[in-house]
Design a protein around this ligand. Structure first.
Ligand SMILES: [Zn+2]
Ligand SMILES: [Zn+2]
Length: 172
C-alpha cells in the first residue's frame, strides 16, 4: 500500500491510496487535479503511468507529453519510486508515502512504553499490526489507521482515502 499525497502550492489537497497489486494506473492531468484510469480505460492524453509491481511503484512518463520532474530532475525514462519521492507534474506535486506494517513483539519499546493509539486511545499489543503515519511517524493500530489515518491529530491530519480504485475511475 502506498499513499500519494497531492500538493498544490505547498498545500496538501488530499491523498490517493493505491495498492501495488493491481494493473497499471494511468495518471491523467486535467482541470488541475490528477485522476487515474485503469489499463482498460487508458486515456489518450495521459501524462504518466504508475505501475505497482511487487510492492514497488514505477513511474513511466509518456513520450512526447509535457516533462515530469522527479525530485526536481526531469524524468527521461522509467523510474522506481521510493518513500518521500516527489513527482512534479505542472502545477501540482505527488509525494509518495509508503506505508509500513509492523507487528510488535512483547518486549518492543512500543508495547513497553504503554503508548496509546491516537484514534481509539487503546494501547498497542504484541502481535497486532501497527502502521506509522508516513507524514508524522505516529503509530496507529493498522485497522485504526485505515479508518481514520491521522485525522485525530490536528497538527498532521494525514488521511488515507482510497478514492483511486479502478472501479471509481478517479479522484474527487
Ligand atoms: Zn487504535
Ligand atoms: Zn500523522
Amino acid at each position: 500500500m502506498a499513499t500519494f499525497e497531492i500538493i498544490v502550492n505547498n498545500d496538501s489537497r488530499g491523498t490517493l491510496a493505491l495498492d501495488s497489486s493491481g494493473k497499471p494506473l494511468f495518471l491523467v492531468v486535467s482541470g488541475g487535479m490528477p485522476t487515474f484510469a485503469t489499463q482498460e480505460k487508458k486515456p489518450s492524453d495521459y501524462r504518466a503511468a504508475l505501475l505497482g509491481c511487487s510492492g514497488k511503484w514505477l513511474l513511466i512518463p509518456r513520450m512526447g507529453a509535457a516533462p515530469i520532474l522527479l525530485n526536481s530532475i526531469t524524468v527521461a525514462g522509467m523510474k522506481i519510486l521510493a518513500h518521500g519521492d516527489v513527482v512534479e507534474l505542472g502545477e501540482f506535486q505527488l509525494r509518495l508515502a509508503e506505508e509500513t506494517i509492523e507487528v510488535p513483539a512483547a518486549g518492543d519499546e512500543l508495547i513497553r512504553s504503554g503508548l496509546e493509539c491516537p484514534w481509539c486511545h487503546d494501547t498497542f499489543r504484541a502481535g497486532v499490526e501497527v502502521t506509522r503515519c508516513p507524514r508524522c511517524g505516529t503509530p496507529h493500530h493498522r485497522t485504526c489507521w485505515l479508518d481514520g489515518g491521522c485525522a485525530s491529530r490536528p497538527h498532521c491530519g494525514f488521511r488515507v482515502r482510497n478514492n483511486a480504485s479502478p472501479d471509481s475511475g478517479g479522484t474527487r
